[in-house]
Ligand binder design. Structure first.
Ligand code: NAD
Ligand code: KPL
Length: 305
């Protein structure tokens, strides 16, 4: 009998993973926030995944964090700022042979989660897949991509990667997951805040090349100082390539702000600036962009942490 995948966070990525695992016949259970959400979910009867315009409902069983069964494999699919509270809510169900797969973008939440679940194995993930919610319990698979998974503490790949292959989730085990997370963080720091501040899509940053280049130079120094030289390599040309390749898209931070959702600023630019302070590295432009972004969010009445 396969180990059950408990998916905590029935949002965009959580639904995308849960639906594909369930479709492959693997045991999946959704962990919902409270009894009220569980009743609402049960009334609908399942998660709907929309792919190429086709909607399909998957009746994945739901439960709350208070359910008594132990959790062996937990896919943590909430935002970075919710990760610690979400894991704490199921901490009593975890043990030394539990494994946590952390889908959060940015850096900082992974270490915080590991501290509040010290016995469990924590596997970090970095994903370029894209999905968004177009209703309660309903998610649109918007962009095919890839997910890298890795465990900085133990390089050995877990056997359950086979489940991902069976479920058609494109993935690879990465011996240098931290490098991947830092590289993605740097890309997000060079692009996302500026799209919010200049109120433009990614392509709009082609009119702000100097500003992007200045941030890339500081991010390159920072990555090197943090012991991540591979993540620093050719950062600026890659940022320019991403801007060009995704010119018509709006960055995830832009979309969060335009939908009046809390951003993950503390786990992106906030984490970068904090690391720079720890290494006594001056990053005046990154710090200035962070301050401008905080002021912008406060002006809009959105959380700035
Ligand atoms: P989301 O907001 O769509 O979903 C998060 C879900 O977690 C929400 O349904 C929320 O209610 C739930 N949640 C939060 N705390 C909870 C708790 N304590 N108990 C139960 N449920 C709880 O977020 P998302 O877009 O799926 O993003 C998740 C992470 O993946 C983020 O860090 C994001 O940056 C990253 N990511 C997202 C995408 C994407 O396309 N959506 C792509 C790459 C990376
Ligand atoms: O990942 C992104 C995002 O919008 O979050 C890209 C497209 C790389 C822009 O930073």
């Amino acid at each position: 009998m396969s180990t059950t995948w408990h998916v905590l966070g029935a949002g965009s990525l959580g639904t995308l993973w849960a639906a594909r695992l369930a479709r492959a016949g693997l045991p999946v259970r959704l962990v919902l926030r409270n009894e009220e959400r569980l009743q609402a979910y049960r009334a609908v009867g399942g998660l709907t995944l929309v792919e190429q315009g086709q909607a399909q409902c998957y009746p994945v069983p739901g439960e709350t964090a208070h359910s008594p069964e132990p959790i062996k494999r937990l896919l943590l699919a909430c935002k970075a700022y919710d990760a610690v509270a979400a894991v704490s809510s199921v901490a009593h169900r975890l043990s030394a042979d539990s494994e946590l797969i952390l889908l959060q973008n940015g850096l900082g939440s992974q270490d915080a989660v590991a501290q509040c679940a010290p016995l469990a194995r924590c596997i970090s993930a970095s994903s370029t897949e894209g999905a968004f919610r177009d209703g309660d319990w309903r998610v649109v698979f918007a962009g095919h991509g890839f997910t890298w998974l890795g465990d900085p503490a133990h390089p050995v790949a877990p056997f359950w990667l086979d489940d991902l292959a069976i479920a058609g989730i494109p993935h690879e085990w990465s011996a240098d997951i931290l490098t991947r997370l830092w590289r993605k963080l740097a890309l997000n720091c060079a692009i996302n805040p500026l799209t919010v501040l200049h109120h433009c899509n990614n392509g709009g940053l082609q009119a702000h090349r100097c500003e992007v280049a200045t941030l890339c130079a500081e991010l390159t120094d920072l990555l090197e100082r943090c012991g991540q030289p591979s993540a620093a390599e050719d950062l600026q040309p890659e940022v320019e390539r991403v801007i060009q390749a995704t010119a018509v898209n709006y960055s995830s931070m832009y979309q969060d702000v335009s939908h009046r959702r809390r951003t993950e600023i503390s786990y992106l630019l906030g984490h970068a600036c904090k690391a720079a302070r720890r290494h006594e590295l001056a990053v005046p432009h990154l710090e200035q962009v962070r301050q401008r972004l905080i002021a912008h969010l406060e002006n809009l009445g959105l959380p700035s942490d």
